[in-house]
Design a protein around this ligand. Sequence first.
Ligand code: CMC
Length: 428
Amino acid sequence: MPDKAEITIGDSVTQWPIDEATIGNHGIDISTLRADTGFVTLDYGFGNTASCESAITYIDGEAGALRYRGYGIEDLARNASFLEVAYLLINGELPTSDQLTKYRNEITMHTLLNEEMKRLFDAFPRAAHPMGILSAATSAMSTFYENYHNPSDPEQVSESSIRLIAKLPTVASFAYKKSIGQPYIYPRNDLDYSSNFLHMMFALPTHEYEVDPVVARALDALLILHADHGQNCSTATVRMAGSSEANMFASVSSGMNALWGPLHGGANQAVIEMLANIKEDGGDYQKYVAEAKDKNDPFRLMGFGHRVYKNFDPRANVLKDFAKDVLEAMGRQDELLDIAAGLEQVALEDDYFIERKLFPNVDFYSGIIFRALGFPVRMFTVLFAIGRLPGWIAQWKEMTEDPRTRIGRPRQVYVGAVDRNFVPLADR
Ligand code: CMC
């Protein structure tokens, strides 16, 4: 491994230290490039730019590997609970049995929302998208916990983290109940994390809802598969907002808005809508593949492609098998699963997709499972957000604890007018 990199600009050669990774891409530390040379780097979409050192999640895009704190996600999804994984991501180690019991109890004791928050849900239009409500309510939480805003106080950080993880399923289910005009269902402390969420989503005051353990376990595993993914768009947003020392609630709310877009977490809703369109249109996958390849057509195959994965998305692999198992266990069939499998087959054999290394991503199969578990399509991105929350918190915390953190403030290459004199309105 070389210990320095050289950059030649005209006749001037400068040397830059290498920041060594334990595994994966090493970094060239150009922190003083502008000060030393007067140049900045330009990297649209940050495809080559590391914004930090991180010890949380490792992704090998070529091999299709994803590990949280060194543990493979397949292993975690099979053997751990979501709260165990949340603890691992945020604290760096798997909890002991006592630590997990304490953590679960802390989360369980904070699942209720302040009653005044209910007025917030009432204020939204009936047809409001639950992602809009989720981010607004998460931001609103910061006003209820103003004593926990200091990112340098570990006690306050821990209290914010517990409250966010405890309350997000309550917020999510209230947003859903609001959208269908049903009464809000309060959390139940005798249920585990995923069972409690399912209960708040689907119970009615008039009708008890028995949580199916198969459904609860499937949901828990799905949340684990979404729990972190390095410096993706929403996590980078959480870090960017947090770099100004914005509190954890406000920073996480910013990340939720970034997640909502159809190129990121919003893709899980977009995939199901696309599969339903294909079905309604007679099931001709070829037509949609042709549209996705046409440069004059903005249509993309939703659920295909990834900035980092150039072989396969390991989450999609787990989910594909999982989708079949869940449908089987629940005695259900979903025509959209057949359409998805057919579309995948056609796309994977097509040169356009092969050359660009476009494979199904996590969102391609997650929606089919969310549907089978009974969730409405507009809640899919909300489920992604509940899963991603421990990752956002872990990354926010790692950033605030790193003494090298500075406020995020990219430079630009200015290409506008240079110096103009103001022209009075009458003369324009
Ligand atoms: N359908 C058709 N063509 C595609 C697709 C697609 N889904 N994705 C990428 N391409 C083409 C793209 O047009 C470009 O072609 P060319 O080189 O001829 O110009 C090439 O593949 C590279 O694409 P890119 O847009 O430069 O790649 P990116 O790394 O900037 O974008 C992506 C990654 C995920 C935003 C993109 O693949 C995409 O829009 N996919 C569909 C949306 C989606 O499924 N998003 C979920 C991502 S995974 C979960 C998450 O992060 O939340």
